[in-house]
Design a binder for this molecule. Structure first.
Ligand SMILES: NC(=O)c1ccc[n+]([C@@H]2O[C@H](COP(=O)([O-])OP(=O)(O)OC[C@H]3O[C@@H](n4cnc5c(N)ncnc54)[C@H](OP(=O)(O)O)[C@@H]3O)[C@@H](O)[C@H]2O)c1
Length: 183
């Protein structure tokens, strides 16, 4: 994000640029370490999830961890790929789904991986999993949101209205286990 700020909002020869930390009060790991988590973080959205996995490992969390990451090309953009593969080998990352959008003729995005694994995703959600989304707000987060509603509808046998209500109200507001950090 900083390159956009430098390009658009700073003077060419600025020497001092103030920096501050904005604490996130809600985008946090579940207090209960036995809770499963699903993390959807394409592109720069991967950042908090690397920390989440490190924290869960430190805490000895027994809840399962599912990471869904996407970028353009596996060869150049699999950010922290070695670390995630190592977590997987060590049994600290239970599911890793990758969506490299430009490694084939058809675009593959994180929400396509969610749909391919809809039954399992829904079963994790029904088991109380937390669902996290981080990254681009304009396109990705909207599409992932819509995909979660479709999964509630198709896997949970809900009407379109009930599925939307479940995601928008029950998961986001009442139970607060669908959390987003999008920009
Ligand atoms: N100004 C800056 O310095 C700066 C730096 C980084 C990010 N950003 C902004 O931050 C946001 C996030 O950027 P990012 O670098 O994290 O990567 P991104 O643009 O979100 O791209 C990450 C991956 O998501 C894919 N994608 C595109 N549309 C999608 C959709 N509707 N649903 C799911 N996945 C989709 C991309 O595929 P394709 O590209 O192949 O379509 C790519 O594989 C963007 O708005 C970007 O402009 C700004």
């Amino acid at each position: 994000m900083a390159s956009g700020f430098f390009a658009d909002h700073t003077d060419l020869f600025a020497k001092n640029i103030p920096v501050y930390v904005q604490e996130s009060r809600s985008f946090r790991l579940p207090k209960d370490n036995t809770t499963d988590i699903i993390m959807v973080g394409p592109g720069t959205g991967i950042a908090p999830f690397r920390a989440f996995l490190e924290q869960r490992a430190l805490d000895g969390a027994t809840g399962r961890n599912w990471l869904c990451f996407g970028e353009q090309h596996r060869a150049t953009d699999f950010l922290y790929g070695d670390e995630f593969l190592a977590f997987q080998t060590q049994g600290k990352l239970h599911r890793l789904d990758l969506a490299f959008s430009r490694d084939q003729a058809q675009k593959i995005y994180v929400q396509h991986r969610m749909l391919e694994n809809a039954m399992e995703l829904w079963s994790w959600m029904q088991n109380g999993a937390y669902f996290y989304v981080c990254g681009d707000a304009k396109r990705m987060a909207k599409d992932v949101h819509q995909t979660l509603i479709s999964i509630a509808q198709n896997e949970g046998g809900m009407s379109p209205e009930a599925a939307a209500e479940h995601v928008n109200t029950t998961l986001m507001r009442t139970e607060r286990r669908y959390l987003r950090d999008v920009y």
